[in-house]
Design a protein around this ligand. Structure first.
Ligand SMILES: [Zn+2]
Length: 323
């Protein structure tokens, strides 16, 4: 065609997705001890017109199912059918963890601490290696979906790499309730992506093994904001446009249990707090001793531990200070 640029093929695991096609691919990474092959499902939406290639992935930690549901819902509602560029959607990166209700792969290793990985390494290391060579190498930018741990609920938040302006910009476009920079962790997906010049952000919302509707909605809204901003979609359905303004945080810290006991939070996750305010108490079971947990500064609660019985030193509240 004269004067019109064409998009290019996307090839993953030797399987081709031509411009104008959307296809479910399966990358074979490993097998279970029974001999059963395990495939990672990868859905590619390749538009006719050229544009950015965006990776949206869930389930890098197999038990963090809000991210898996965000990708699934977007696939079901055909929200990745873009006009320009391509979306590579990976609902469950760690299939092994997903079927074991676990963050890790069966050898006990965390894929998100195993990047860049190696071809002949442990299972986690091999998954990381294949993932970089097959997928990460061809994207322009990525969104990695996570949750808090067991009973530790993250209020929807987007984390970026401070050294990477594009990552910061991407976080601002995503526009989650809270935004802040987060250090690059050795072996993490975000670190590996940063090293090869691919800006990514990490969305954290809710807790592991539990669906949280508002977290799922916030994640979908954020991804749609990015697709719209990049010109990959023309508009966003009204039901996905409502959003509060992001609060930018600088300092963050975990407030830990000063003693073992029963933990009774007295504030909702996401709340604004004032220095000295009592956020919760730790008490013994015979009503003899009670200790208050106080806010160290004016700010916000961005994660809350819902565990009722805690040990000394357990993380209770993640609090952040506004920029
Ligand atoms: Zn995670």
């Amino acid at each position: 065609m004269v004067g019109e640029q064409e998009n290019k093929d996307i090839i993953i695991g030797g399987q081709k997705v031509a411009p104008g096609e959307d296809k479910l691919l399966k990358i074979n990474i490993d097998r279970l001890p029974t001999g059963t092959l395990i495939d990672i499902p990868v859905y590619v939406y390749n538009a006719k017109k050229p544009g950015p290639i965006l990776l949206v992935q869930g389930g890098l930690h197999g038990d963090e199912i809000n991210g898996i549901e965000i990708v699934r819902k977007m696939m079901q509602e055909q929200l990745f059918n873009v006009d320009k560029g391509a979306v590579i959607a990976v609902p469950i990166l760690n299939v092994f963890g997903f079927i074991h209700f676990s963050r890790d792969v069966p050898d006990g290793k965390d894929v998100n601490r195993s990047f860049p990985g190696s071809k002949s390494g442990s299972m986690a290391s091999r998954i990381a290696y294949h993932y970089i060579s097959e997928i990460l190498s061809q994207i322009d930018l990525g969104i990695d979906l996570h949750t808090g741990g067991a009973q530790r609920h993250n209020y929807p938040q987007i984390r970026y790499t401070a050294e990477d302006n594009l990552s910061k910009e991407l976080a601002a476009i995503f526009n989650a309730p809270f935004i802040f920079p987060s250090k690059l962790i050795k072996g993490s997906f975000r670190n590996a992506a940063h090293k090869i010049g691919k800006p990514t952000v990490v969305f954290e919302a809710g807790e592991s093994m539990r669906f949280d509707d508002s977290s799922i909605l916030e994640g979908m809204q954020g991804i749609l904001n990015v697709l719209k901003h990049l010109g990959m979609i023309k508009s966003i359905e009204p039901k996905y446009t409502e959003r509060t303004t992001s609060i930018v945080l600088t300092d963050r810290k975990w407030l830990r249990a000063p003693t073992a006991g029963m933990f009774i939070p007295e504030i909702l996750n996401g709340s604004e707090i004032k220095k000295g305010q009592i956020l919760g108490i730790i008490t013994d079971a015979i009503a003899l001793k009670t200790k208050n947990i106080k806010a160290p500064y004016d700010g916000f609660v961005i994660a809350l531990n819902f565990q009722a019985v805690v040990n000394q030193g357990d993380a209770l509240f993640h609090v952040g200070q506004r920029e």
